[in-house]
Design a protein around this ligand. Structure first.
Ligand SMILES: [Zn+2]
Length: 125
């Protein structure tokens, strides 16, 4: 069943997506800043760090986690951009697999969802 979304509803989702997008960009900027700060520190006076071998492991781990977070955020940003494009092309709210409407309850929580809940469950069992 295909129910067309009202213009006002689309605008609401668009607003939600844009807010989310802005939040993500800010977080990305902050975390990228954190990474380069850490790199700057460790490329500095190395002798100061040689006594802290134990800490280095944790530091590497922390950096790995941060870069993981960064890539997750970049992916999320990509999905949001996609959803915004779909709003413009009039395909927003339709499942990319079966073409049916994605439930409003789902869109409310995941406006960038590509698939309806049924197809989503099939893709990720
Ligand atoms: Zn579907």
């Amino acid at each position: 069943m295909i129910k067309k979304l009202k213009k006002s509803e689309l605008r609401q989702y668009e607003k939600q997506l844009l807010e989310e997008r802005e939040k993500l960009i800010k977080e990305l900027e902050y975390e990228s800043g954190q990474i380069s700060k850490t790199q700057l520190e460790s490329s500095g006076d190395l002798s100061a760090y040689s006594n802290h071998m134990a800490d280095q492991g944790t530091e590497t781990e922390r950096r790995e986690i941060t870069s993981q977070i960064l890539s997750t955020r970049r992916e999320a940003l990509f999905e949001i951009d996609r959803a915004l494009q779909k709003i413009n092309s009039g395909k927003f709210g339709l499942c990319e697999k079966c073409g049916r409407s994605i439930s409003k309850r789902r869109l409310k929580f995941v406006p960038q969802a590509r698939h309806c809940i049924k197809c989503q469950n099939q893709t990720n069992p």
